[in-house]
Design a protein around this ligand. Structure first.
Ligand code: GL2
Length: 793
């Protein structure tokens, strides 16, 4: 950072602390120091922030509309991007303050569920780093995703009041508040602006998160209060604040609740109102918004913000008195849509009555869009049957993905295979109509947080090897590492650094989970939301298989292995919670059995989140990416492992396909059915036959009901899991995610890992090659493609 003065910073830090808490520096506790430090850093950011804002004016800007931004912590990342991380660390050291302890005082801003929300956060950071005029718009939930603890092996959820002790990384912009009108009440949307600091480039972009509040008097009714109706006196306040009180903790599953739709409408309505007001002020001459699309493009992050489409039409029709054709014309030029899943249970379909509850005009407008589309198709000669697949409104439900696809200028998937499935299957009818709109934007992750910040040891070694830091500005330069792939000294050092990260993780796990793990064992890690399609259960079944093999033959030569899991289950997802309990039971059984626990360990870390992830990714030997082929749209954890020099054990799914291509199959472990193979066997697949004929499968599946050392404590969780695999009573068919079909193939791949890991040099070579070829998975590349190919900013 230009003109960073350590002495001034130190003084300012002390001054802030004393002013804020009226305490001498020595008496302040860690949190007080953390908050004063954060405020000192915010002061440094604001100058560039104002400057960036000025420069973006009167330009074409891109707006990223997303119901989720999974930011995590900001302190370390902002220091890194400002280029003063080392300086501030040494200032703290002078003051006898341990940076790691201060860092741990920051609560994660967990305003997202998983990959989709974290992708939005990576995009914001990469946008600023690439100097793009990109702005995020979302929701400031008072409660982020729940905190998870295990009690007797069961997941228990606790609230996440992340701002309770203060939120030091946003500015409340009272004067830019908007009024959002629901059908029968109105609220005030107050923006909180979060600075997004570009990497060492002086750019500071804005993420604007809206908070819902009562319009007047803080929603407090004095008369009610005076007459002792205390609850009622606050009912207005509560009703307004309810809108942004809590993030729906569902990953890849639609919520379908009124409050959820209210949240969606709330943040897009506030955003669009603001942008229209600003446009009118800047372009008073353009009364029919003829040039609006030249200045704005809205990227819809999945279907969650798609209610923005009828909203902009409503404003142009009802408030700007435009004609349908003109209003529709504007709307059809400013949106672009990203689809993030092909799982049917995740695709949003909103009931018309529910939409009516939120915005009655939206119902009229959506119906009119549908009606006119049908008319157009009819005029083009389509028969009734041919028109049917294009109905946006069907049986009183609105297919939000269809609405988005019809109105958007671009529709993209998030990995090659996923974008292909959109074209061939999920949105095939639309692809036939508008082939030119469809494109792919393979996801990426920011190397600042996920490599430089999470793994400073590997970062400085790469600096040393490459002799410069250009790779930090262009991650594809990492490919130059390949020239060291046979250099013994380098390979040893790669192993040494990995070991160091494993030692650090082991300490952290000891501290927070109370479990001792051996850094010399293979760290085999699966961290992601808990979902049947992600197949944590397949991982668990293989662990059981290894356990039984060892019990049968205690001298079996298996390389010591530590299986690590991290995952939250949606609170209402019974089966996912059963799988957590199952893995925790296996963990107890194995970890406490002296006959096997020198060779096997299983740890399920609690409350997996961004800040925990930063410790896990760099310490992995194996990246588990084992979803049923065709189901994981992309995955982004897979990229974080790869960047940290880790081999992947995975199926041909999502971005794994591209990871395998970039780093080579020799350096990774591929197993399982391919997507087209699954489609071929779909109609005849018989998991019960596999179960009956394959002894290994039978043994581990039966364990669910028969293993005496594990128990679901009478909850029927394990019976439910058992049934899901081999009993089709409640399902159309059992084992919908093909665990049993892939079991042997997975066990075999795991055996290959066991054999290969012993050759430490060859293993390090695989790790190095993976890292060297991870360049294309930087979100800098992804965001540049959005900017150049979709947004034209
Ligand atoms: C997801 C996909 O499941 C995941 O594969 C993808 O990497 C991310 C980001 O594109 O999007 N879709 C989705 O609904 N969630 C995801 O994480 N929640």
């Amino acid at each position: 950072m230009k003109d960073f003065n350590e002495q001034n910073f130190k003084e300012q830090f002390k001054l802030n602390l004393e002013r804020k808490y009226v305490k001498s520096f020595e008496d302040a506790d860690r949190f007080e120091k953390y908050s004063a430090l954060s405020e000192t850093i915010m002061d440094l950011i604001t100058k560039n922030w104002t400057e960036t804002n000025k420069q973006n004016k009167d330009k074409r800007n891109a707006y990223y509309f997303s119901a989720e931004f999974l930011i995590g912590r900001s302190l370390g990342n902002n220091l890194l991007n400002l280029g003063i991380l080392d300086e501030v660390k040494s200032i703290l050291k002078d003051l006898d303050i341990d940076f790691d302890e201060i860092e741990d005082e920051e609560d994660d801003a967990a305003l997202g569920n998983g990959g989709l929300g974290r992708l939005a956060a990576c995009f914001m950071e990469s946008g600023a780093t690439e100097g793009l005029n990109l702005h995020g718009y979302g929701v400031r939930y008072s409660q982020g995703i729940f905190k998870q603890r295990f009690e007797n092996g069961f997941q228990k959820e606790y609230g996440d009041a992340w701002t309770e002790r203060g939120d030091f990384w946003s500015l409340r912009k009272e004067s830019e508040s908007q009024i959002v009108n629901f059908r029968n009440f109105s609220v005030k949307a107050v923006p909180y602006d979060v600075p997004i600091v570009g990497y060492e480039n002086g750019v500071v972009n804005t993420l604007r998160l809206w908070q819902s509040e009562p319009i007047e008097n803080g929603g407090f009714d004095f008369e009610d209060f005076n007459d002792f109706r205390y609850d009622k006196s606050l009912s207005e306040k509560n009703r307004a604040e309810d809108i942004t009180r809590v993030l729906y903790p569902n990953d890849n599953i639609r919520a379908g609740k009124l409050l959820r739709l209210q949240q969606q409408y709330f943040f897009v309505s506030a955003s669009i109102q603001e942008l229209i007001q600003k446009y009118k002020k800047a372009h008073p001459e353009d009364t029919d918004f003829k040039n609006f699309d030249k200045y704005h493009v809205f990227q819809l992050n999945d279907t969650h913000p798609v209610i923005a489409i009828p909203e902009i039409i409503r404003i142009l029709l009802d408030e700007e008195n435009m004609s349908w054709d003109d209003a529709f014309g504007v709307a059809s030029k400013v949106f672009a849509f990203t689809n993030h899943t092909v799982l049917q249970e995740a695709l949003e379909k909103w009931n018309l009555d529910l939409i009516h509850e939120v915005s009655p005009r939206a119902v009229d407008i959506i119906k009119e869009i549908d009606r006119r589309l049908m008319e157009t198709l009819k005029n083009e000669g389509y028969t009734i049957e041919e028109m049917e697949p294009y109905r946006i409104v069907r049986d009183d439900y609105v297919e939000m993905a269809f609405l988005a696809t019809y109105l958007s200028t671009s529709i993209n998937g998030v990995a090659e295979i996923h974008s292909q499935i959109l074209k061939d299957q999920t949105l095939n009818q639309w692809y036939k109509l508008y082939p030119e709109k469809f494109n792919n934007k393979t996801n990426g992750v920011t190397p600042r947080r996920w490599l430089q910040y999470a793994n400073p040891e590997l970062t400085s070694y790469v600096d040393e090897l490459l002799g410069n830091e250009e790779w930090k500005h262009d991650l594809t330069k990492l490919v130059e590492l390949e020239k060291f792939k046979d250099d013994e000294e380098v390979l040893n050092k790669f192993n040494e650094i990995k070991h160091e990260k494993k030692v650090q993780l082991a300490k952290y796990i000891k501290k927070y989970e109370g479990i001792e793990i051996d850094p010399n064992s293979i760290f085999d890690i699966q961290i992601k939301r808990l979902h049947e399609y992600k197949r944590q259960l397949l991982n668990a079944l293989n662990i059981l298989h290894m356990y039984y093999e060892l019990k049968e033959n205690p001298d079996l030569d298996i390389y010591p292995r530590t299986f690590i899991f991290g995952a939250k289950a949606a609170p209402g997802y019974f089966r996912a919670k059963g799988i957590i309990k199952f893995i925790n039971e296996i963990s107890q059984m194995i970890n406490n059995d002296p006959e096997v626990n020198k060779k096997l360990k299983v740890v399920f870390v609690q409350n997996y989140r961004v800040s925990y992830a930063e410790k896990l990714f760099p310490a992995a030997d194996i990246s588990e990416q084992i979803s049923t082929a065709g189901k994981e749209a992309s995955g982004t954890g897979n990229m974080k492992f790869m960047m940290n020099a880790t081999v992947t054990l995975g199926t041909l799914d999502g971005a794994n396909v591209e990871i395998f291509r970039e780093a080579g199959l020799d350096n990774n472990y591929l197993f399982g059915l391919k997507e087209e193979e699954i489609r071929e066997i779909e109609s005849t697949y018989d998991p019960v036959k596999i179960y009956e004929e394959n002894e290994n499968v039978k043994r581990v599946v039966d364990a669910l009901l028969k293993e005496e050392k594990i128990s679901d404590n009478g909850t029927n969780h394990f019976l439910d899991i058992y049934n899901s695999l081999v009993d089709s009573k409640d399902n159309d068919r059992a084992d919908v995610y093909y665990l049993l079909a892939d079991f042997d193939s997975y066990v075999e791949a795991q055996a290959k890992v066991d054999a290969d890991f012993r050759n430490r040099k060859e293993w390090a070579k695989k790790c190095l090659i993976n890292m060297a070829n991870s360049g294309m998975f930087s979100s800098d590349r992804t965001i540049r493609q959005y900017a150049e190919e979709i947004w034209h900013i």
